[in-house]
Design a protein around this ligand. Sequence first.
Ligand SMILES: C[S@@+](CC[C@H](N)C(=O)[O-])C[C@H]1O[C@@H](n2cnc3c(N)ncnc32)[C@H](O)[C@@H]1O
Length: 255
Amino acid sequence: MSVFADYAPWYDLLYRDKDYAGEVDFVEARLRDHGIAAGKLLDLGCGTGVHAIEFARRGWDVAGVDLSADMIASANARAAQAGLEIPFRQGDACEAGAETGFDAVVSLFHVASYQNDRDRLEALFRTAHAALKPGGVFFFDYWYGGAVLAQGVETRVKVIEQPPLRLTRIAQSEHDEQKATVRVNYTLFCEDTERSTIRRVDETHRMRYWFPFEVEASLRTSGFEPAGSYAWLSGAAPNTKDWAAYSIARKAAQP
Ligand SMILES: C[S@@+](CC[C@H](N)C(=O)[O-])C[C@H]1O[C@@H](n2cnc3c(N)ncnc32)[C@H](O)[C@@H]1O
């Protein structure tokens, strides 16, 4: 079973409280800091398309790629509902795509941590690099190693009620310090409280946590000029309190 296949229909409900518009405000501001205020934007690992659609509503000319056919189906349905034509395609962002001429590439909500080794990470970076115009900017986030090691992993339970649905997600994590990975075993119980039905979904997501020094070395290997790494949604250095970090990189203006 592929990751996100059974999880996809429940994804938007699980993250309904995530402030996608606020995140797009933040990413737009960081892109503006680096001279990119409008134009073509590619979302690698776009999922159900929520960031991509928010960017499109703000005037960006957006395209999206995701590994999961189910997530892409949700993204297409969401775009159609919003009356937007966004080319979303199913594909592996670690393989070269046809996308070129973009002003900005984003890869949001830990897509870089779904790439479990340096080869995959660099393959993702090469796709972003090939898609950008000279001078274009890449913005992405990932699990920050310092925070994962300091905070440790634990079993977490999340319950979401949207009558008649009730969703209970149990996340059990196994940490492999040698490989710098965490296997997150998700069990979802999806209840319809009116019909008294319950469905169980199991998925394992393997996450690689990264340190900015290795991310920045891989960016250089992939042709980028790193332009800074920070704690998520801030201008502060990555720190043990913030699970996620983001990095910004630029494609050289002169090839
Ligand atoms: C946590 S979700 C984030 C989705 C979306 N960016 C968001 O913010 O809601 C991670 C996404 O990355 C996608 N993904 C992971 N590895 C990928 C790859 N190599 N190529 C394309 N998509 C990938 C998954 O299918 C999933 O949709």
